[in-house]
Design a protein around this ligand. Structure first.
Ligand code: SF4
Length: 489
């Protein structure tokens, strides 16, 4: 069984995380006298998409100014820092590193000055051809300052012989393949670009006479902006002195929105790909109950990730929903573990069972995903230790069997428990009385008439955009499965 940093009992420090990692969030604003302050608030709302670093670049029409730092938005930006970010337009970014190390040099937005003038960029997604582009650029004399794939865009831009900044940007972006929702800030304009497949979300809103662009609409709600529409796949939006201009310079491609945004990443109060995340996520729970209901006394969500699906499951099954696990919201990413081991310590720091809800009950435990299984195993044990008679685990998406190459940090395939073990082996490993996942058909039904516009590669292994051959190692399985039923090594 692959080990998890989160549930190890050996080391002195431990973390609890058995999820795909969040990716990045972008926010941009044009035409507001307090652009940087609103960018700060927008990033605050997008903090769930990345907690390693954050940054804002503003423009006063003459000069771009950048402030970036490691950690959470609230820790990076004080009044004094924001006061330095003058001007009426700004872009900002929160980052979880999916490509490149976690260090300040990789924090975004990146800002350079080149033959086309000053430009800043921030990026949500992952390029599949970044290595080839990087090698070519290096052979042309480019010197990279970061290990992030986002820097590739800046070098391509600087190398472009196009005369206008806009043309040079489009020429640069056209060479990239993979997933990218990008914001560029020039002295007098903001340019938003979404890849032709539309992997990662990006929405457009209005705030008075100004414009706002953000990964999720929850960032607009906080600042009182109104959602207008999504930036369309393959669209380049130029927002500058002449207002808003839209061009579609790239060849059309099949739409492949990341369905995991609805399953797990995005906030339920957001609209993503034009659909309410809460609605889709609650639907996943309803469909899960329709496919895999089990006689039980209580539905218990894994907080916060399983809450929406639990509401749907309880509504459809008629089994009451109760919060049998309480989350401590003040836990950092790591914590000190005592040398004298405490039972279920790693998971208990974050979640504690409510004995009066669980004792003597048949429990349906609902979560939104099961990646390595280590956290589910701890939770089932903990709920049983609190007196539950039975624990039935229900997962509101299909088994995750393949890694992501489009901007989500996933383990390699050999570390995904569903890629290497049967349903019953997983059930025995997590020590549940039963285990069921939502089917792929159910998942697609939850996004209704747009089912053909979603990427589902991590559930199917069918990839809409080819990835580099040397990354095929991520798809390799172990040579033999452990068939003894004793999966926990
Ligand atoms: S592979 Fe999975 S996580 Fe990655 S873009 Fe596709 S649906 Fe999203």
């Amino acid at each position: 069984m692959p080990s998890s940093r989160g549930c190890s009992t050996g080391p002195v420090t431990a973390t609890m995380n058995d999820k795909f990692k969040d990716e990045c969030g972008v926010f941009g604003i044009v035409g507001h006298p307090e652009a940087a302050k609103l960018a700060y608030l927008g990033l605050y709302a997008l903090q769930h998409r990345g907690q390693e670093s954050g940054g804002i670049v503003s423009s006063d029409g003459l000069k771009l100014r950048a402030e970036r730092g490691m950690g959470h938005v609230a820790d990076i930006f004080g009044e004094d820092v924001l006061a330095r970010l003058t001007g009426s337009s700004a872009i900002g970014h929160v980052r979880y590193s999916t490509a490149g190390e976690s260090r300040l040099a990789n924090a975004q937005p990146l800002l350079i000055e080149c033959v086309h003038g000053e430009v800043a960029v921030c990026h949500n997604g992952n390029l599949v051809n970044q290595r080839e582009l990087r090698e070519w650029l290096t052979s042309q004399g480019a010197i990279f300052q970061t290990s992030s794939d986002t820097e590739v865009f800046l070098h391509l831009y600087a190398h472009s012989r196009a005369r206008a900044g806009e043309e040079a940007l489009i020429e640069a972006v056209a060479q990239a393949q993979g997933a990218f929702s990008l914001l560029f800030l020039l002295r007098d304009r903001l340019i938003a670009v979404r890849d032709p497949h539309g992997f990662r979300p990006m929405a457009l809103g209005r705030l008075g006479d100004g414009w706002v662009v953000a990964s999720e609409t929850c960032a607009m709600d906080l600042i009182g902006a109104t959602y207008e529409r999504d930036v369309e796949p393959g669209e380049v939006l130029i927002i500058g002195p002449d207002g808003l201009k839209s061009v579609k310079p790239f060849p059309r491609a099949a739409i492949s929105h990341c369905i995991f945004e609805h399953v797990y990443f995005a906030r339920p109060d957001s609209l993503v790909f034009g659909q309410s995340v809460n609605e889709v996520r609650t639907n996943l729970g309803r469909l899960l109950a329709r496919e895999a209901a089990v006689p039980a006394d209580v539905v218990v969500p894994v907080p916060d990730s399983g809450v929406c699906a639990s509401v749907g499951y309880a509504e459809m099954s008629g089994v009451p929903l109760q919060f049998g696990l309480i989350r401590n919201h003040y836990v950092g990413r790591t914590f000190i573990e005592p040398r004298q081991s405490i039972r279920h310590f790693g998971v208990k720091v974050k979640l504690n069972p409510v004995r009066s809800i669980l004792d003597g009950r048949r429990v349906v435990l609902i979560d939104d995903s099961l990646v390595r299984g280590t956290t589910s195993r701890k939770l089932v044990k903990m709920i049983k230790a609190a007196g539950a008679k039975e624990v039935h685990v229900r997962i509101s998406c299909p088994p995750t069997v393949s890694p992501c190459f489009y901007g989500i940090d996933t383990p390699r395939r050999s570390d995904l428990i569903a890629a290497t073990h049967t349903l019953d082996e997983i059930r025995r490993y997590i020590e549940a009385d039963s285990l069921q996942y939502l089917s792929l058909e159910g998942l697609l039904r939850a996004v209704a008439d747009r089912a053909d516009q979603y990427c589902t590669s991590c559930y199917t292994g069918n990839y809409p955009v080819p990835f580099p051959r040397d990354e095929a190692q991520y798809l390799q399985l172990p040579l033999a499965l452990d068939t003894r039923g004793q999966i926990d090594r």
